[in-house]
Ligand binder design. Structure first.
Ligand code: ADP
Ligand code: MG
Length: 323
């Protein structure tokens, strides 16, 4: 499959949560360490993201919203260049086409920032403005001009759940970044950015849950595993509570999940799944990556070895705790 086809497969901005994922990943790309997400009415009315990243140069603001060629992507085998949709270099253009945008952005070395207002992809206003360093982008009335897509949105509660899930995963991936998420001014998440994964787990799932997690730390040759796995009393009835990262990116891998469960098996009640948040670092050349619009699937050139390392990391952790 051609890189360009894989890119085309990621074309869609489906719902508020996919907009938020793209915008937050842009904020992370801009080296932000404080990212605030505000939504109104589950993101259907408003999605606003305020970051303290390096901002956009006045000469580049218009360009950022155009569909530029993905010159950055020469091969697909670099997970860090892939942000499922964003690596195509047209997330902003796609979002702007189906919403009303209000953007303020300023770079550190600029006296003034830039303000941009767009309506369905058409620029209504652009000029300089006073604003803090970083980027403040509002996406209003998502899909106002594409009623068919608007109709596909679910009721607020489920759109909010999807948004929370994405922001939680990004916060877990980046404990060094301060994240907050508000819906209609109700706080849904607030992390400190103190680079403490345990604390982020506590922020998301509650301190009582975090307390029942065991630290996982395991290195084998060029594979390093870090994270937390639940004590046996905190198993779950499905895999939704297994969050896996490979080289900093959230991935889905039933293979890795099975290998975690295998390590857990002696203690694991039948049909129950450990709660786990595990980050793997492995040389990029040992990965085979498959990109879908909403998910990253990953395979390893040496599946058996990687699987054994994962199982070993879990059994070692349980033994260390004398479980
Ligand atoms: P991509 O992220 O793949 O380059 P996008 O359409 O998501 O494509 O963004 C286009 C460009 O706009 C980015 O490459 C970046 O230069 C700029 N940009 C977008 N959001 C931000 C942000 N929050 N801070 C700084 N620059 C940004
Ligand atoms: Mg992007």
């Amino acid at each position: 499959q051609e890189v360009s086809e894989k890119i085309a497969a990621g074309e869609v901005i489906e719902r508020p949560s996919s907009v938020i994922k793209e915008l937050v990943e842009n904020s992370l790309d801009a080296s932000s360490d404080d990212i605030r997400v505000h939504i109104n009415k589950a993101g259907k009315e408003l999605i606003r993201i305020i970051d303290n990243g390096h901002g956009i140069h006045p000469d580049d603001v218009e360009l950022a919203f155009s569909r530029h060629a993905t010159s950055k992507v020469s091969g697909i085998n670099d997970l860090n260049k892939i942000s499922t949709l964003g690596f195509r270099g047209e997330a902003l253009a796609s979002i702007a086409a189906v919403s009303r945008i209000e953007l303020r952005t300023r770079q550190n070395n600029q006296k003034e920032g830039t303000k941009l207002i767009m309506d369905g992809g058409i620029i209504k206003e652009i000029g300089s403005t006073g604003c803090p360093v970083g980027t403040d982008i509002s996406v209003k009335d998502l899909f106002f001009n594409t009623p068919a897509r608007l109709k596909f949105l679910r009721k607020d509660a489920s759109e909010i759940a999807l948004i929370q899930d994405i922001v939680n995963k990004l916060a877990l991936a980046h404990p060094n970044v301060r994240f907050s998420l508000f819906n209609n001014n109700n706080k849904l998440l607030n992390t400190s950015g103190r680079n403490d994964l345990f604390e982020v787990i506590a922020n998301i799932y509650g301190y009582q849950t975090a307390k029942k997690m065991l630290y996982v730390e395991y290195d084998a040759n060029d594979i390093s595993l870090r994270g937390y796995i639940s004590r046996p009393e905190l198993t779950r009835s499905n895999r939704n509570y297994q969050t896996l990262y490979v080289n900093g990116r959230y991935v889905k891998s039933s293979f890795l999940s099975e290998r975690i469960e295998k390590g857990y098996h002696t203690l694991l009640a039948k049909h129950r799944y450990p709660f786990a948040i595990i980050k793997m670092n492995i040389p990029q050349e040992k990965l085979d990556i498959n990109v879908h619009p909403a998910k990253i699937h990953v395979r390893f050139s040496d599946q058996k070895y990687v699987g054994d390392v994962m199982t070993k990391a879990i059994t070692n952790t349980l033994k260390r705790e004398e479980l």
